[in-house]
Write a protein that binds this ligand. Sequence first.
Ligand SMILES: *[C@@H]1O[C@H](CO)[C@@H](O)[C@H](O)[C@H]1NC(C)=O
Ligand SMILES: *[C@@H]1O[C@H](CO)[C@@H](O)[C@H](O)[C@H]1NC(C)=O
Ligand SMILES: *[C@@H]1O[C@H](CO)[C@@H](O)[C@H](O)[C@H]1NC(C)=O
Ligand SMILES: *[C@@H]1O[C@H](CO)[C@@H](O)[C@H](O)[C@H]1NC(C)=O
Length: 550
Amino acid sequence: MAAPSFMFSTLLLLLQLLFALLPHHRTLISAADGNWQLLQKSIGISAMHMQLLRSDRVIMFDRTDFGPSNLSLPNGKCRNDSTDTALQVDCTAHSVEYDVFANKFRALTVQTDVWCSSGAIMPDGNLFQTGGFNDGERRVRVFSPCRTCDWNEIPNGLAVKRWYASNHILPDGRQIIIGGRGQFNYEFIPKNIVANKINLPFLSETNDKGIENNLYPFVFLNIDGNLFIFANNRAILFDYVNNIVVKKYPMIPGGEPRSYPSTGSPVLLPLKNLKDSAIEAEVLVCGGAPKGSYLQSLKGIFMAALDTCARIKITDPNPEWVMETMPLARDMGDMILLPNGNVLLINGAGSGTAGWEQGRDPVLSPVLYRPDNNIRSRFEVQNPTTIPRMYHSTAALLHDGRVLVGGSNPHAFYNFTGVLFPTELSLEAFSPAYLDGKFDNLRPTIIAPKSMSGIRYRKKYTIQVAINSNKVDESSMSVTMFALAFNTHSFSMNQRLLILGNDKVTAVGNSTYNVEATTPRSGNVVPSGFYLLFVVHQGIPSQGIWVKLY
Ligand SMILES: *[C@@H]1O[C@H](CO)[C@@H](O)[C@H](O)[C@H]1NC(C)=O
Ligand SMILES: *[C@@H]1O[C@H](CO)[C@@H](O)[C@H](O)[C@H]1NC(C)=O
Ligand SMILES: *[C@@H]1O[C@H](CO)[C@@H](O)[C@H](O)[C@H]1NC(C)=O
Ligand SMILES: *[C@@H]1O[C@H](CO)[C@@H](O)[C@H](O)[C@H]1NC(C)=O
């Protein structure tokens, strides 16, 4: 390791002392963390669904039956759709591709209605997006990451219509699509040779008649290969290969509904691929709307959102929910995994529910959740935005650790005036505190490799980083891998963060370190596909590099 120069460190110490005495320094410390940046005043559509691709571009779309958007299709193209309920000949776009590096977007063409649909990235990096409304209800749409690519639609790609379903990528490379309005079953794409749809009674058991409260079920792949499926106020562990409920988890204490339209948000907490210990998996479900809230909000009575989170170790033989209280009540929020293993709660409302005009009291401040802290010191309120992000808002983690935020449209059309919460066409970025310049001396920069196209399971890989600091703590370096998530309606489908076992950190001179990390044992822990890989030092992440695991 390079020895720090005595002169330099003395100077640094003097500067730090001087700084600590300045009055503005204290105000900096007392302020809440994180920064907001308006990236685009308008992308022409309202980002109701969001998916980051391995090309560092983000696919977004709203619905084809909103009427004309604020973005024209290129080259005078129009969509001529006799079944569209708003506008049969529509020469505007309802999908865009946003280029993260250039902060630019281009119009894409969806042919059928993608409203309240779902999706997942296949292991080859192509986005398979499924279902929607009306003429889109049985569509599968494919988007390949390339500069000029557009949507490719497969008619009758689904066995049944799926509206408000949830998707998950499986270790065998297929996708499972679960539920949707009136669908108490699941199916796979590519399609099974024999079966098409397979019944799942859990979805009818959790269906509160007239309200449903079980749409967009929260689905996570458990590390044993089974699926954790949550709807309404409880969950099962499901063996989708043999169609068997392996385990029934208890109801969340209090029994309040957490899924759409009550719309809490779920996250699979970071998985730790540590040596000599079995991996454990925990799920956290935060917020939602209490029983009765949906029907009350239809009458103009807006009940306060839930301020509780429930956390459960899904790998535990006798799992129990542990309740926690958030500093801010919230529904329609999003929970985004950050590269350093913390969770960001962002977007949403303080009262009412999902549905047209049914939410009130925007929650403008994100909240940070530190899963490894003591239960009483996990939450921290962050700096607020000025733009309400209500029903139909979205969020996604980017390669540089920022969180992209868009959407919000609680109306059946694009309504910019005469409404409480105008349709939002803007895009913002939230930069968590780890991006502050004051942490630059702790921030690792990945020198090599620049990307990894073929990493395998159960192998050791070395990442070389530079840290320009004399305060490097080799014991607090870790490598994390983030799975690309499809975000809509407060659920980031497929979102997953793996903390790789870091076996060894070696200083190789000139502020350079080799960080050796071990990949997980199988696709049940993280399915094969594209991941953003970060090196984290004292809680400060590097920028991510793309890796392909298979
Ligand atoms: C979108 O277009 C409408 C109608 O032309 C206009 O009133 C509105 O200001 C536009 N909004 C944005 C954000 O560009
Ligand atoms: C749209 O399609 C219908 C029937 O398919 C056709 O009659 C009509 O001329 C088309 N309109 C435009 C503007 O292309
Ligand atoms: C929303 O926009 C639609 C279509 O332009 C219009 O018919 C409707 O009256 C608007 N709603 C409100 C509340 O302004
Ligand atoms: C040491 O690192 C700095 C910046 O990281 C670089 O400019 C310099 O060329 C490096 N020196 C050597 C000998 O590698």
